[in-house]
Design a protein around this ligand. Structure first.
Ligand code: G3H
Ligand code: 13P
Ligand code: ZN
Length: 316
């Protein structure tokens, strides 16, 4: 059942975080739903601009609708990840999305406010909530490349002012993470001090953590043993998800880790069976492995086991 992101946030805030997983294809869709059903967790599906264009936006939407029928007990929201203004309007008008993210974090504060405010007005008129971003994360976000060293932490005062001026429903803040497999060189901890200050300024306001993949080192080692060359990778310690959730992080974005599972399964399969060319056997292995991975992340996030209470809260 597709629900609003606001409903999921209301149940989770301050207790646990909802996993927001990026998907692009049928195998990821099946694995994600299976993993969330196995762990009895509510979840958010995120679609990036790239994911919507990969096959066709109608294809990915149809896959999600089909999964909703295949797994009738699933409770989830559908969210646009890192949207520009036009894509936000398209998704708001589509009637399919629960929430959108307007990412104008690369613009100066005033312009970010101006753009975000316009999107909030259009979204709220249709009952859709808006995630905005303040402070730049490192790494690659869609077509925007933030040079290393230029990623800066969110200023708590500015965050409170931004939320007040824009009326956005949740805020992606920079607390030390970055997108991709190569996060914070040497340092492997979230800036809980910044998070605490933001929470003090905005108690009960849902915060979003981007760049949350844990980049499991055993996964990277297996990829490299099967012919890959991923070096200097570093992720977020998943044991920090729950402490962050208690400080208001209600949505935790994970994409890179899923790509690593895909790469490990396929590299190992074709490395071990060089004469093989049927893609279905590794595809089936991937679905199972991705489901296992998702269930394990939901355990770290604390969302596992919350499906029934969320269902009850939604039904009133
Ligand atoms: O933050 C970006 C997400 O990981 C989506 O990546 O734009 O390559 O689909 P993508
Ligand atoms: P990762 O690259 O750490 O998986 O982050 C994904 C993300 O923030 C999507 O918006
Ligand atoms: Zn992101």
């Amino acid at each position: 059942m597709i629900v609003t992101t606001a409903q999921l946030f209301k149940s989770a805030y301050g207790k646990y975080a909802i996993g927001a997983y990026n998907i692009n294809n049928a195998e990821q869709t099946m694995g994600l739903f299976k993993g969330c059903m196995d762990s009895k967790a509510p979840f958010i599906i995120q679609l990036s601009k790239g994911a919507r264009a990969y096959t066709d936006k109608r294809m990915i939407e149809a896959m999600i609708r089909a999964a909703d029928e295949i797994f009738p007990d699933a409770i989830f929201a559908v969210h646009l990840d890192h949207g520009d203004e036009q894509t936000c309007y398209e998704c708001i008008d589509s009637g399919f999305f629960s929430s959108v993210m307007i990412d104008a974090s690369h613009d100066p504060f005033e312009k970010n406010v101006e753009i975000t405010k316009r999107v909030v007005e259009r979204a709220h008129a249709k009952g859709i909530s808006v995630e905005a971003e303040l402070g730049m994360l490192g790494g690659v976000e869609e077509d925007i490349v933030v040079e290393e060293g230029h990623a800066c932490l969110t200023d708590p005062e500015e965050a409170a002012e931004f939320v007040k001026q824009t009326g956005c429903d949740s805020l992606a803040c920079a607390i030390g993470t970055s997108h991709g497999a190569f996060k914070f060189k040497g340092r492997q901890s979230l800036h809980f001090d910044v998070l605490e200050k933001i929470k003090n300024k905005m108690p009960s306001f849902p915060l979003v953590m981007h760049g949350s993949s844990s980049v499991p080192q055993d996964e990277v080692a297996r990829i490299n043993a099967a012919g890959g060359k991923i070096q200097d990778s570093m992720g977020v310690d998943p044991n920090e998800y729950l402490p962050a959730a208690k400080l208001g992080v209600t949505k935790v974005n994970i994409d890179t880790d899923g790509r690593l599972v895909w790469t490990r399964v396929h590299r190992e399969f074709f490395h071990d069976k060089p004469g093989e060319f049927d893609f279905r056997p590794p595809g089936k292995v991937f679905i199972q492995e991705y489901a296992k991975f998702i269930a394990s992340r939901n355990d770290f996030l604390g969302s596992s086991g919350h499906l029934d209470d969320v269902r009850k809260a939604i039904k009133g």
